[in-house]
Ligand binder design. Sequence first.
Ligand SMILES: Cc1ncc(COP(=O)(O)O)c(C=O)c1O
Length: 451
Amino acid sequence: MATTNASAPKRSLALPESARALDKLNRQFSVGGINSLPVYFGSGQGSRLIDSDGRELIDFISGFSASNLGQRHPRILEAQLNTANRITIANIAGQAEGWPVLAKTLCEKFGYDKVVAMTTGSEATDTACKLARGWGVSVKKINPRDVLVLGTSENYHGTISGVWPLMEPEAGWEEFATFSKNMTNINPKTGKVLRYLHPEDYAEVFEQMHERIAAVIMEPLHGLARSMEEEINFCIEVRKLCKKYNILFIADEVRMGSCKTGRFLSSDWMGPENKPDMVTLGKSISGGAFPASFVLGPDEVMTKMKPYHSVSTFSMSSMAVAAVQAALKVYEEDNLQQRARDIHAKWAAETSTWNFPYLRYAPGFGADLNLLLDEEYQNRPENISPRRLSLLCVSKGLLVFPGANGRVRLGVALTISDEDLFQGFKILKEALDELPLYGDIEGSEETLGAF
Ligand SMILES: Cc1ncc(COP(=O)(O)O)c(C=O)c1O
């Protein structure tokens, strides 16, 4: 750790000119998002991004797994350009000629009977829950007014009104009146949040009202716990309880699917005997090159969906089909499940040598990495916070993201070179080392982490 001289003046860090100007404009005219960092990008290649001030940054967040294959992957780009040269969009009245074959490929690859396509991850999770409710009503014979889909704490499924109530009450229920009696992560009987990593909460709620519950949705791996085993064992236990009570288990693979954790689906770590009833895919299933998302499941659930029950102008479009087909080939041909495991091993070896009193632990689940900072140090002279650390990293040429609860979110593309990976580790370590020497850091006033 850099030695702090209590009487020495602290360093300060200002934003570069263009970032400051764009940030001002952004704040004046736009809303939404997740308290992004004041850094704006116009181009990139692989794991390198160029910002509006001409700075080159190594991408250590990959759009929260949207760009697991990096920027402008040549094989995806080629497939997209070929398609864009032939067609713009002809959808809904007819369909893209490549879609039926891609639908077959997806069902066979993941072992499900049917697939429904959408564009965003939020649409996929929402549709999965809708399908599960439909199954609950027509197969499990639950009264439509009573049917429940349960979430779990700390997970994220999107902020559209349908799935928002699956997340904690603090996450905007009151302000936007997104209460739902059908979709919740609160035990309706006890009023307590159903906690991630606490199977006993599910044992309790299932025991109390299993006949009303159609499904549980969760991310099989989320990246918060110290080890992958802890998270997977929790999911396995909930999955087993689901089987016992005839409740569907939906794995939200939007972020941790697409080889991120070292297997194609994070739920693959649960073992074939615990295979989820349904999965959602999004983000990097298309290499992030075009919005495409999917829900896969068994006939018993999926055939409840009739025409007009799920339709989206840009789903199954020719560009989406081209990007997904190309991305699937890249994952397989380049053996990227193995690459995720290599990245994990390199991260574990590197961070095992780090020793900062304000770093609690550094979990790595394949290429999804995190730093968990001790929040106590935010109010000490060291002034350590995820946002301050992230801004210092950006100034040194590394893009990372400040999350909530002391969490610095990291996640690298599976195509990252070892050179960029090790350079990223070096910058991160240097920033952790030097952060106590800094006073004012422009842009650090936004303290709220999103998730
Ligand atoms: C696990 C998970 N599910 C769903 C979503 C929502 O996806 P989108 O932002 O594409 O709507 C996200 C987004 O980060 C996610 O991480």
